[in-house]
Design a protein around this ligand. Structure first.
Ligand code: FMN
Length: 343
């Protein structure tokens, strides 16, 4: 267990990963804290104002928690590719009477500056970054405010760069992970590397504490990755079916469906590589989906919202790591404690 995490009061080395969108809730952060673990409010896709509201609400009952931000690292989409993709998926949107419009691709930075300003002005115990490396001045300001800074990395090179940027702790994420890869080079498909190998390689190259994530499904998996050199682990998929997660019913059901067709890494939903349960949308569009984040994310959002509301798992991003078959229902705290049983 990395001493910096102990320093902020974390005693259970199995952490609850940040999950933007519906699954990551304040209740999940509370459930993690209640068993001595650490949960993260996922700031991604939220306004800075909504983040502030969430922080205030969590603070009223939880003293140790983190906030996770998407650091800017946009992957601009080619205009022609964007229009071709929009035309291709129009037939899916038509089913829900959704107009995908004719406008230009939307590239935004998820209110980066406003969120950083908020976290510097009103510090929280832990801040983690994914997708990009923040400028060193941001890391310096957060650390000066007393915040522990965690950086997601997916390779040894990224770990070295994160250490140079001033991060306190690395979240080392393997491609088995559910949801978006935190890769710093989003135009390149994340290579498939076993988490134990990746952790061992990062351990050799960088002396920062390591939180390992990606595909961890059992107490045996957790013990193996700690044996390989991780100080703590973080799980997302293992929590998706728990009581406290906000996972929409179609996603929950798909995770538990014995007929589920495994997971794939795709950019069909957002233009950035992410691991999802395989479904019809991926089968139809993965091969032609262009790189382009967040433009493709914004393009498909109304369709995915409508699919979620209709309980249509075939047109929904079903983020899941490779261990999804072990994802249990019940209390999130119980799941986290069980995963630590062999440490
Ligand atoms: C539904 C979902 C949403 C996610 N959203 C985020 C996010 O907002 N920020 C982030 O850093 N990681 C995000 N991740 C990745 C997790 O932080 C973590 O790396 C991953 O869940 C670990 O792999 P596992 O799902 O196999 O446990 C997400 C994962 C899932 C499953």
């Amino acid at each position: 267990m990395p001493s910096p995490l102990q320093g902020v009061g974390v005693v259970l080395p199995v952490l609850a990963a940040p999950m933007a969108g519906d699954p990551g809730t304040r209740a999940l952060v509370g459930a993690a804290a209640s068993v001595g673990s650490l949960g993260f409010l996922a700031a991604g896709y939220k306004t800075a104002e909504a983040l502030a509201t969430n922080i205030a609400a969590v603070r009223s009952s939880v003293s140790t928690f983190g906030v996770n931000l998407f650091a800017p690292n946009s992957l601009p989409v080619d205009g022609d590719d964007f229009r071709r993709y929009r035309q291709a998926i129009r037939v899916e949107a038509d089913r829900y009477g959704i107009d995908l419009g004719a406008g230009e691709p939307l590239d935004d930075d998820d209110q980066w500056r406003a969120k950083v300003d908020l976290l510097v002005a009103d510090p929280v115990p832990v801040v983690s970054f994914t997708f990009g490396l923040p400028e060193p001045a941001v890391v310096t300001a957060l650390r000066a405010a007393g915040t522990l800074v965690v950086q997601t990395v997916t390779s040894v090179d990224e770990a070295v760069a994160a250490a140079a940027s001033g991060a306190d702790v690395l979240a080392v994420q393997a491609s088995a992970a559910g949801g978006h890869s935190g890769t710093l080079t989003p135009g390149i498909r994340p290579p498939s590397v076993a988490l134990t190998e990746l952790v061992a390689a990062v351990r050799n190259a960088v002396s920062l504490p390591i939180i390992a994530a990606g595909g961890l499904a059992t107490a045996g998996d957790v013990a193996a990755v700690v044996h390989a050199g991780a100080d703590a682990v973080m799980v997302g998929t293992a929590l998706l079916r728990t009581d406290e997660a906000g996972t929409v019913p179609a996603h929950r059901a798909a995770l538990a469906d014995p007929a589920a067709r495994g997971t794939v890494v795709t950019r069909a939903f957002t233009g950035r590589f992410a691991r999802s349960l395989r479904n019809d949308f991926i089968d139809r569009y993965d091969a032609i989906a262009p790189a382009g984040y967040p433009a493709i994310h914004h393009l498909t959002t109304p369709l995915r919202r409508a699919a979620a509301a209709a309980g249509d798992a075939e047109r929904l991003h079903l983020w899941a790591g490779t261990g999804y078959r072990s994802a249990a229902d019940g209390a999130a705290g119980t799941v986290l404690v069980r995963l630590a049983e062999r440490l």
